[in-house]
Design a protein around this ligand. Structure first.
Ligand SMILES: Cc1cc2nc3c(=O)[nH]c(=O)nc-3n(C[C@H](O)[C@H](O)[C@H](O)COP(=O)(O)OP(=O)(O)OC[C@H]3O[C@@H](n4cnc5c(N)ncnc54)[C@H](O)[C@@H]3O)c2cc1C
Length: 455
């Protein structure tokens, strides 16, 4: 059973809309990762939940794999159609369906992007407080349980999704959760689908919790002699309860990459970039307190005093991944994503840096230090199997060190193909329960097969 079996029925249901063009298939066969392109057999862009359900019913009847697709910004090979099948690209389902400013919630179609939602919400004084570094859809972000720089204050997508409309692998449409701020009603199916990476169903609508745009926002930029001093500052600042919205750490090599990529001349030392939001008075007081804590740990404070400077430093931070890749043009990159208790971060980074040096690998580091989540961007020549093996070895060592500290293989990018080898070590017997859940919901194994784990 395959796409071929479903092909004629799909054409009959959606005349002229099942795209088999090679360029479109290639474009949908990979995200932004080192994993080789694996194109689906065809791509379909539905415009409603009913069209998704109809396409899924046809695929289910003919045993055709289905790969949901948002913006394709995933980093772990999640959209690569390794078993072929039909790619369901949700990007045309991009409407805001309902907004309640008094209740601070919104219902959207899954293909709407985070950026578009926040632009459209601006006049209401509300926003969705998730700041990831890519252009991504809200359905994709829920499916990977995305987070990013504002997690330290507002949590992850898991904290902001209140309810979902989902097309199940047999084409049935269900609604989970709702608009109530809390519910003790039955199993939490909403959060079963959040983070399921398209392996359990297709999310077509989401109800999301919003937040008020703060009165004031200011940034601070601090250079430290070493990562330990930077992390100690963060731990103290968190204990002080300062109004911190984002706390980002970049190592010396990452700062060199940012300078080279952006033509800046910031000190090439471990650097903290923080964002404080709240009332104007609170932001000023807390920024002064943060600067004093940083100076106690030997930091140099760099002025970020105008709205232009604020926008500039955050644009520099968001260039981190591409700046890191710029250190070795033409190379591929494997981005690590472990997350550990914050106080364990410097020891973990020191240990893995020694391994990187011993292995002769280049890997700038940036991360959401307020959450203990960081990325090493390991650069390698994809044609060099020996170098690739060294990269995978160091990656494995890092994950196992993080797990030993009570951490996780992936804080935000998800599992896909890249973190799949570590699921057994991370979850043990709980992985078997995940597999039983998958079989119960998707007995034919049609939804994004081969991702997260094999069954
Ligand atoms: C430069 C850069 C910076 C990034 N920064 C961050 C960051 O700070 N934080 C972070 O968390 N991630 C980050 N990412 C990773 C990526 O942006 C996220 O994983 C994002 O959530 C993917 O959304 P998407 O719409 O692109 O989904 P896609 O890449 O299209 O799909 C991702 C997964 O979700 C599934 N899926 C997509 N839509 C649906 C749906 N409607 N229903 C069911 N399943 C679906 C797909 O099958 C796939 O398994 C970054 C990526 C890049 C390239």
């Amino acid at each position: 059973m395959s796409f071929a079996a479903a092909s004629a029925a799909l054409d009959a249901a959606f005349p002229g809309r099942i795209d088999r063009g090679q360029a479109v298939r290639d474009q949908h066969g990979a995200g932004d990762s080192w994993h080789p392109v694996a194109p689906p057999d065809a791509v379909f862009q539905p415009v409603s939940t009913e069209e998704v359900a109809q396409a899924v019913r046809i695929c289910a009847a003919h045993g055709c794999p289905i790969v949901p697709f948002g913006a394709g910004s995933c980093i772990e090979g999640q959209v690569n159609a390794t078993q072929g099948g039909l790619c369901l690209d949700l990007s045309r389902m991009d409407r805001i369906l309902r907004l309640s400013a008094p209740d601070m919630d919104v219902t959207v179609e899954a293909g709407l992007t985070r950026q578009r939602l926040n632009e459209d919400l601006r006049a209401t004084g509300l926003f969705l407080p998730i700041d990831i570094g890519a252009h991504a859809t809200l359905g994709g972000m829920a499916s990977t349980r995305a987070s990013g720089t504002m997690t330290v204050r507002h949590g992850t997508m898991a904290d902001l999704v209140m309810g979902l409309t989902v097309v199940l692998p047999d084409g049935e449409v269900i609604r989970t959760g709702g608009r109530a701020r809390k519910s003790a009603s039955g199993y939490d199916l909403t959060h079963l689908f959040v983070g399921s990476e398209g392996t359990l169903g297709v999310i077509t609508e989401l109800t999301l919790r919003l937040t008020g745009i703060p009165e004031a926002a200011k940034a601070g930029l601090y250079s430290f002699a070493d990562l330990q001093a930077a992390t100690d500052t963060v731990v103290e600042a968190l204990q002080f309860g300062l109004c911190l919205n984002r706390i980002e750490l970049m190592d010396a090599l990452q700062m060199r990459a940012i300078n080279a990529f952006n033509g800046t001349d910031l000190p090439e030392m471990p650097t903290l970039l923080v964002d404080l939001t709240g009332s104007a008075a609170q932001v000023d007081t807390d920024r002064a307190t943060f600067a004093a804590l940083a100076q106690d740990h030997g930091a140099t404070v760099h002025p970020v005093d105008t709205p232009e400077a604020y926008a500039h430093v955050w644009a520099l931070r968001h260039s981190a991944l591409y700046a890191a890749r710029g250190l070795r043009p033409g190379a591929s990159s494997l981005s690590t994503d472990v997350c550990v208790p914050v106080s364990d971060l410097p020891g973990l980074v020191a240990g893995i840096t020694a391994t990187l040096q011993a292995e002769g690998l280049v890997a700038p580091m940036h991360g959401h230090v307020g959450d203990g989540n960081f990325h090493l961007v390991m650069l390698f020549d994809p044609a060099d199997a020996e170098e690739m093996a060294r990269v995978q070895r160091v990656h494995g060592e890092l994950v196992h060190r993080a797990l030993a500290l009570g951490g996780t293989a992936t804080g935000e990018h998800g599992v896909g193909l890249g973190k799949k080898p570590y699921m057994e070590a991370e979850h043990g017997a709980a992985l078997a329960l995940m597999k039983r859940l998958k079989v119960a919901v998707d007995p034919q194994n049609l939804m994004n097969p081969g991702k997260i784990f094999d069954i």
